[in-house]
Design a protein around this ligand. Structure first.
Ligand code: WT7
Length: 670
């Protein structure tokens, strides 16, 4: 995207969504909870008397603030010499420090008072299988064994390891084992198919892939390993595939390449030296979707990850020693990285790790887990809340949810109705909801309430301590209340992305170019938002061509290129259609090749093809055949125009299109 295109897109979005938001309901946190909260203790110590003052001060003094947080939340092998070196667009934090996030997450607890504390309560999907409680000492030994196993396969510091696994304990164990020896993990969501996995393995040039034979979904064991076999066929970097036996499936093992996890770790010692990493050494790559079809490899580092996930979990979700934390996100996404693995473990917390579907065997499953394990802090996505809303309040009402004290939401804007329902039926009209706005790129929450913040439904409230997040117009001026603009971070933060793997140009272009000429070093998040008169943020969605389907981030271009890879398809345009439960669903407009006959069966086949190329997350709900799609003179598909026409909204000025008549042919979708 050029700067002009970027401006134009922001302008167009502003024109279509400039609704003045006025949410007048305010929900105050229970007094006792606010008074005893972790953030309040810190405020008292520092002499802050108001939240606003504290947020403002920590923003202004962000370097000093993050220095204190780094010393509070992380242990360092060697102290850093400099807090921040900021040469936009590159930041280095805690320069010269030596640390390892696996040490902070596991070693120090296993060697201290928390060694017998439960780190994970693993709940398998099949109800007849035993819940497994894994203590910090258990975790320590398991991580060490697998770290030694990886070493025995020749994995060294800086090597990439792809992890393609369901929600089982071996997934965090594999991530931590990589971190421990300084290898870089690249977790690929197990809902991606062979194609999605392959592009990520190829880009990362992974030496080892860790996977399972299969996994349980809605009571059935489904195979996973065959996807790996297909994906690594043409991936010359892959030397070994390690397979965890999870579903008891009979899978082919390739001689010399494939090894069973249990055999690999069987004779490994349960001690392993923790690599002393530089603060800026890479911890992981996580691929996410951007404007183009090629997923971008977001790089995160050890130093930042030792600090912000733990600090934000502690401040926003107020974790105390006896809390039971449940973040329902899959470890395959950033939420799982920061808030199932690194944040809670660095704090020495107890977390639920649930393997399966929220509605298996019925809609009561999540509630039964909350009841049985006395979950006290619960963090999920709006799409799940809306699914339960649809299923009905009889489900939460059947269970005792009184252990809950705080709730959270993430992934997409939460509509006020869902917010109120969540508060009422999960939270007994008592639990505050932490609506956390952040991204794969930010590594931790950025705009979010604290347990002391008066809440407005549908608002993630204010920038967190240490952030100067703002909403800019195109001239880099903060927008007045009620007006839409771009979310930006004008100052760096410790867990910010450091780069795109092997693609520095794109890093510059996607995040920093927009305001570079006016003020270098302003991070463009890619979301639009407004603020109300009280300064509350309201998120209005992406400014780029990125879809949010059930909270999953998918680029329109990715789905289009999957469609075009089918022999019947000449061209395709993909848009998101608003959906009551999933937020958005995928709608595809397909131009068939000469001579190919249109049919309902072909529509089904194309949808299935996308599923097999990218995975179920990218499944198009509706496919239309069209003769043409509107394009710019330079040949760019105008998805915005297609979307407006398809949804029955004004299409705006289309005089600049190469083929304005194509707009008429776009059908109205139901
Ligand atoms: C995009 C990032 C980081 C968590 C999981 C998603 C949207 C995220 C919220 C929220 C409104 C939100 C934004 C953002 N988003 N949280 N609380 N309210 N929108 O990570 O896949 O990197 O997606 O998710 O559009 O840019 P991700």
């Amino acid at each position: 995207m050029t700067v002009e295109e970027c401006h134009k897109m922001a302008e167009e979005k502003a024109a279509t969504t400039a609704v003045l938001l006025e949410e007048t309901r305010v929900f105050h946190p229970p007094k006792e909870l606010a008074e005893n909260s972790n953030v309040m203790q810190w405020m008292k110590k520092k002499g802050f008397t108001s939240e606003r003052e504290m947020r403002a001060w920590t923003g202004q003094h962000y370097i000093e603030f993050w220095d204190e947080m780094a010393k509070t939340y992380a242990d360092w092998f060697e102290p850093y010499a400099q807090i921040l070196e900021w040469k936009p667009p590159y930041a280095r934090w805690f320069v010269g420090g030596k640390c390892n996030v696996a040490y902070n997450a596991v070693d120090r607890h296993a060697k201290g008072a928390k060694k017998d504390k439960v780190a994970y309560i693993f709940v398998p999907e099949p109800t007849d299988q035993q819940v497994r409680k894994i203590t910090y000492l258990d975790l320590y030994k398991a991580v060490n064994k697998f770290a030694n196993g990886l070493k025995s396969l020749g994995v060294k510091k800086g090597d990439r390891v792809s992890i393609y696994m369901p929600m089982i304990p071996e997934t965090p164990i594999a991530m931590l084992a990589c971190a421990k020896i300084g290898a870089i993990h690249s977790v690929v969501f197990s809902g991606f198919s062979a194609g999605g996995l392959q592009s990520r393995v190829l880009d990362a040039e992974a030496k080892v892939v860790v996977t399972t034979d299969g996994f349980y979904r809605r009571g059935k064991p489904l195979p996973l390993k065959p996807n790996v076999d297909e994906a690594v066929q043409n991936a010359p970097s892959v030397e070994k595939v390690v397979v965890v036996k999870r579903a008891g499936l009979d899978v082919p093992m390739k001689e010399g390449r494939d090894i069973w996890y249990h055999e690999l770790v069987a004779n490994q010692p349960d001690e392993c030296e923790t690599e002393k990493m530089d603060s800026e050494d890479r911890l992981f790559i996580l691929y996410t979707s951007g404007t183009t079809g090629k997923p971008k490899g977001i790089e995160h580092v050890h130093g930042g990850y030792c600090v912000t996930p733990a600090q934000t979990t502690h401040w926003v979700f107020d974790l105390k020693d006896d809390d039971v934390w449940w973040c329902t996100a899959d470890v395959g996404w950033i939420t799982g990285h920061s808030y199932v693995v690194y944040g809670p473990l660095c704090l020495g917390a107890t977390s639920i790790l649930y393997e399966g579907a929220p509605d298996y065997p019925d809609f009561g499953r999540w509630f039964s887990i909350i009841q049985e394990h006395k979950v006290s802090v619960f963090y999920t996505a709006p799409t799940a809340i809306r699914m339960f809303m649809k299923a009905g309040e009889q489900w939460p009402q059947k269970y005792d949810l009184s252990s809950l004290r705080l709730l959270g939401s993430v992934g997409e804007p939460i509509n006020p109705e869902a917010w109120i329902w969540y508060r009422k039926y999960f939270g007994s009209d008592r639990c505050p909801i932490m609506d956390t706005w952040w991204q794969t790129e930010t590594g931790c929450f950025v705009v979010s309430p604290l347990p002391i913040t008066p809440l407005k439904p549908g608002s993630p409230t204010f920038p967190l301590p240490g952030f100067n997040t703002d909403i800019y117009d195109e001239d880099a001026n903060p927008v007045p209340p009620g007006q839409g603009g771009n979310i930006v971070n004008p100052t760096p933060w410790p867990s910010m992305l450091r780069a795109f793997y092997k693609d520095p140009e794109r890093y510059m272009k996607e995040y920093w170019q927009m305001y570079w000429d006016i003020r270098p070093g302003v991070y463009l998040a890619g979301d639009k938002a407004t603020r109300d008169k009280d300064g509350y943020f309201f998120i209005q969605g992406r400014i780029d061509d990125v879809l949010k389907v059930a909270g999953h981030r998918i680029s329109n271009a990715e789905v289009e290129s999957a469609l075009v890879s089918h022999p019947a398809v000449a061209e395709a345009a993909v848009i998101g259609k608003p959906d009551e439960v999933k937020g958005e669903v995928i709608v595809a407009f397909v131009i068939l090749r000469e001579g190919v006959k249109e049919s309902e069966d072909l529509k089904k086949e194309l949808a299935k093809h996308v599923r097999s190329v990218l995975g179920p997350v990218a499944y198009p709900e509706i496919v239309y055949f069209v003769k043409d799609v509107p394009k710019t003179r330079s040949g760019k598909i105008m998805r915005r125009v297609i979307k407006a026409k398809a949804l029955g909204n004004p299409v705006g000025d289309i005089s600049a299109l190469a083929n304005p008549e194509a707009v008429d042919a776009i059908p109205l979708i139901k």
